[in-house]
Design a protein around this ligand. Structure first.
Ligand code: SF4
Length: 234
């Protein structure tokens, strides 16, 4: 497990908290529209600086007065068996921890939730379950559904979908929303704007960014199904 990115301070990545973000590299999904291609592609990530854990922890300790939480993002953090140890060290330092995940490793999530190591989980729902294999590698929907069941037991969580043209249309979103509502995983849903920047598959760079008007119209339509529906733009 290598730390391939470290954002020292953010007010937008952990709702309601001042936080730092640790980025772990590699992901098993390899979505074409992924805007973190530098963390996904083997060639690009080998060129990235590796942040020594000691350096990151030193900064966190020094800034404990300003930072309430740490976000573990990626890439896909649950690829790493060492993740629970990393998070337990952060918890021992007194930080709240938010995890960003694609939901492909419910066994790691189970261990993190059972041991009260995560305070907030944000999980991507890529598209409706019938189309998942068109978006990412492998047959993952069984694990994604198991992860939804685990995450919905938390006090603080969000499910989020990037509205990518030609990948996630209104019909897909209605199916995702209906599934989450039917399964009681409907506390918070976030509609994310797609930006044609730094995409893993260059074909996505030719698409237009999702318009804010489209996101607002979708937000209005989905509102009755969730306790809250938010829009996240650039
Ligand atoms: S968008 Fe998320 S799940 Fe997809 S490749 Fe990028 S990091 Fe992985």
């Amino acid at each position: 497990m290598e730390i391939k990115g470290f954002e020292k301070f953010t007010l937008i990545d952990y709702p309601g908290k001042a936080a730092a973000v640790i980025f772990l590299s590699n992901c098993n999904f390899k979505c074409g529209f992924c805007h973190n291609s530098h963390l996904i592609s083997q060639e690009k990530r080998s060129e990235l600086k590796t942040y020594p854990k000691e350096e990151v922890f030193e900064h966190l300790k020094k800034n404990k007065g300003y930072i309430d939480g740490v976000v573990i993002s990626g890439g896909e953090p649950t690829l790493y068996a060492e993740l629970p140890l990393l998070i337990s060290e952060l918890k021992e330092m007194g930080f709240k921890v938010k995890l960003d995940t694609n939901g492909s490793h419910p066994e790691i999530l189970f261990s993190l939730i059972k041991n009260k190591l995560v305070d907030y989980v944000a999980m991507d729902i890529k598209t409706n379950f019938n189309n998942y294999n068109k978006v990412c590698d492998g047959d993952v929907t069984g694990n994604v559904k198991k992860s939804i069941e685990l995450i919905k037991t938390l006090k603080d969580y969000e499910f989020r979908t990037t509205v990518v043209p030609k990948v996630v249309d209104r019909e897909s979103l209605l199916k995702i929303a209906a599934y989450l509502q039917l399964n009681g995983a409907n506390k918070k849903f976030v509609l994310q704007q797609f930006l044609p920047q730094n995409c893993h598959d260059p074909a996505f760079l030719k698409l237009k960014k999702t318009s804010v008007d489209e996101l607002k119209a979708l937000q209005l339509e989905l509102k009755p199904l969730f306790k809250s529906v938010e829009i996240r733009t650039e």
